[in-house]
Design a protein around this ligand. Sequence first.
Ligand SMILES: [Zn+2]
Length: 566
Amino acid sequence: MSLALYRKYRPSTFSEVVGQEQVTEPLMNALSNDRIHHAYLFSGPRGCGKTSSARIMARSLNCEKGPTPNPCGECQSCRDLVANGPGSLDVIELDAATHGLVDDARDLRDKAFFAPVNSKYKIYIIDEAHQLGPGAANALLKVVEEPPPHVIFIFATTEPDKLISTIRSRTHHYPFRLVPPGVLGTLLDKNCKDEGVKVAKGVIPLVVRASGGSVRDAQSILGQLLAGAGKEGVTYEIAVQLLGYTDGALLDDAIDALAARDGATLFTTVDRVIESGHDPRRFASDLLERLRDLMIVDALGETNPAAILREIPDDQLERMRAQAKHIGSAGLSRSADIAAEGLTQMRGATAPRLMLELICARMLLPIGDASESGMLSRIERLERAESISIPVRPASANTAETKEKAVSAHVSEAAPKQPEKSTAPKANKPSAPTNHTFDVSGLRRLWPDVIEDVKKKRRLTWSLLSASAQIIAVDDKIITIGIVNAGARDSFLRSNSDEILRQAFIDVVGIDRKIEAIIDPSVDGTPQAKGGPTKGESLDDPQAPSGLSLLASELGAEVIKVEEHD
Ligand SMILES: [Zn+2]
């Protein structure tokens, strides 16, 4: 049986330890300067080299030419303590999980005073040190406090905070960490070359991801893939299947469908995910990870994202750039929020497929989400629609012609006769107010123009209405305006803004109605107006619309558009 990769390639010197320079460099310096402490604490996540480093430390200390950062490799101690070597009587490894008992600690304490058999130091490596019980820790404390000169302790633990503080305070603490993907990838590439097995592009990144930054896990996973490799080496397809990852092609299809708001394709993709035996949770988590990557690509703009997303091949990056552009920053952020929230809900859900489909449906939802990111993504879509010259709404410099069209579609009688197109806007004023019956949506179409007219008449009224009001109802006597909150409504009435608005309706639409203002909290987020104050414009009223409602006012156009399909 062949040796597991992580044992086969276990380092025997600090210079062979990968990705832990923050620890290995100071340790090597201490060794070369002969500044040896009697107790060390190696902490960090599992599988990142703590125990291997403790053994290397022992080897470096006990080399005939040591203490040295470069053990000679030839003396008896070096040969005994080489990785996978027979071990040395003077280097004693204890697992606190099994030796946490007081008697064992006492035994250790007593034996510690005997001189080493044939080395300089007697070195105790105590693994899982946080599992030392209080009794055992106290028994050890005495010898850690005042050790014989030939004794060195190396405590290794994933949870340094749980190590009894009287011991911890007597150690030199070296924190290990997870290995960065780039470093780990390079190591695994080298392992594959040394093993003489060809590995397809994209496989190593999958292994790196599956390992979560643990060298031991990464090499263990790679070992399994190499063991099952055929003549053509390790293929991407096999790796994806063995590691249970979602095939990148499925993710691409899902993201492309999302970008195009193509529900049919997105749900077909979900079906393919399930049919091919993938776990819906895994897919949701892979989708979230892809959205995260897209956000990075988007944030970096023209900067080459390969510097951060090292694991992703260039052709894939190119594709992701296009995807990020299609979905837009806000769309990505919103989709990621939905995916993250959905993942939490999927934990323990009895119908994960259903949950996955709900997540997809929510991502596809165009509007109705008043959150800020929902708003932003709507704006982005609007901007894109405009950039490909789809007229979303009549231009604010409304021509009489457009207005006429809009009005005539919703006026039950003939629209008031409009003056010549060529005359100045003031001349647009109908000769006398008329009393045609309008429906609400017809009037709402003209709301942006009414608001523009209000702006000319009085800025305060405009700032109260532009983003936080909408037309609720209209009959032959009264136009009812919904205003988002009591404060804004009171300001509206106190400032006699109703009269300004009445006049604007007369001037723009040609109808004279009494204005009634009611409170309608639902206005915020779905107002009808365009042309609210923009950032930086000073407002002369404390009830100025919030940033969110200003954004919302930008969306009035789309709301109108939706209503057309009602
Ligand atoms: Zn040696």
